[in-house]
Ligand binder design. Structure first.
Ligand code: BT5
Length: 333
């Protein structure tokens, strides 16, 4: 886990703001530190991937920042009151979710996030693996403490999925087809671009915490995709063609999520249903849903106010609602 020293952070902002060369002497004088100390901070920034040139008689110049989801880079783009206001960064994590759960158990404030460059044991639902290589994507877990009945908690995946669709829209051409696949996926042009894993602890009438883990494929290239997901996954770069700024994307996602999350806590899901239906991947299509109590099939005709998927039997028009499960779609001709 890395925290940037306050002086390194000041040097970084000075270099950024100047946009040109800053002499070592000026830095020593303004920060009241020695030349050796300035050099040490410059070195630590370089180790994080900042490209900082130095030339005798001219000084230091920032020429490039690493495309890493570093907390201070995310914070620079945040417009939230709570979400992401405290971020723990790991270059390598087993998975960001258990780290956020641990923090939640230790009273982390609502909005606390864990972000990793890479996950060794990234996970999906039912212990399925989440492909999490370094340098490419976003792996973020946010601690939430919604004042709602525990039964309503699964809806949070739908809110996060909708926030993701809005965040993806900001990076993709208008022609991109962005969809929510109930209950926890985001698809772009028929490929899975993001998944959500919500883990929580509650008692009968109170949620202690919910950790919403979000994985988004940002800069994966086709050739990065392992065989198991080569035909089903995609990334914003594969679709949009350009490199996504990871910290900016992370901040943008939290900026979208926060007001939606607070509105949902206050008023429930009803106001989001039209958008959820408009963005639905399955709408009016024949689907099979694997649930714990067996397979259900039907036409997906909508989502209920409590987050269930409405399935209509085309033979007798009978409708049933399922609340969790894995969906497979019957291909359309
Ligand atoms: C999910 O599960 O889609 C939830 C994924 C949540 C990942 C985030 S990353 C931050 C946090 N930390 C974690 O360890 N997890 C969360 P599920 O619906 O069960 O889908 C899992 C399936 O998606 C796998 O079985 C693969 O088929 C497919 N898959 C795995 N990695 C993928 C990737 N990077 N992109 C697209 N599909 C993937």
């Amino acid at each position: 886990m890395k925290k940037l020293h306050a002086t390194s952070q000041t040097i970084l902002s000075v270099l950024r703001q100047s946009g040109g060369d800053i002499s070592g002497e000026d830095l020593c004088r303004d920060l009241k530190i020695s030349r050796a100390a300035v050099w040490k901070h410059i070195q630590s920034l370089r180790e994080l991937g900042y490209a900082i040139g130095s030339a005798t008689h001219r000084g230091y110049r920032l020429t490039a920042a690493p495309n890493l989801p570093l907390p201070w880079e995310i914070e620079g783009h945040l417009e939230t009151a709570r979400l992401g206001r405290e971020i723990e960064y790991c270059a390598v994590a087993e998975s960001t979710n258990p780290l956020a759960i641990e923090a939640a158990k230790n009273q982390a404030a609502e909005g606390f996030c864990v972000v990793a460059d890479q996950q060794k044991q990234g996970r999906g639902r039912l212990r399925r693996p989440w492909f999490s290589p370094p340098s490419r994507n976003l792996y973020l877990s946010v601690v939430l403490r919604p004042p709602i009945a525990p039964l309503a908690l699964p809806q949070i995946s739908l809110i996060a999925a909708l926030a993701l669709t809005r965040a993806c829209k900001d990076w993709l051409p208008e022609s991109a087809d962005i969809r929510v696949k109930w209950p926890n996926d985001v698809f772009v042009n028929q490929g899975k671009v993001a998944g959500i894993l919500c883990e929580s602890a509650s008692e009968t009438d109170r949620v202690h915490y919910a950790v919403v883990g979000i994985g988004v494929n940002l800069n994966l290239k086709r050739e990065d995709l392992p065989g198991e997901i080569a035909d089903t996954a995609t990334s914003l770069q594969i679709v949009g063609g350009s490199e996504v700024d990871r910290p900016r994307f992370a901040a943008n996602l939290l900026n979208h999520l926060e007001p939606m999350y607070f509105a949902w806590c206050r008023d429930g899901l009803a106001d989001f249903l039209p958008e959820l239906e408009e963005m639905s991947l399955m709408r009016d299509r024949q689907v099979d849903v694997e649930t714990v109590s067996g397979r259900r099939s039907g036409i997906a005709v909508g989502i209920t106010e409590d987050g269930g998927l409405r399935l209509r039997n085309p033979q007798n028009d009978h409708e049933e609602v399922v609340y969790c499960g894995d969906i497979s779609l019957t291909p359309v001709d």
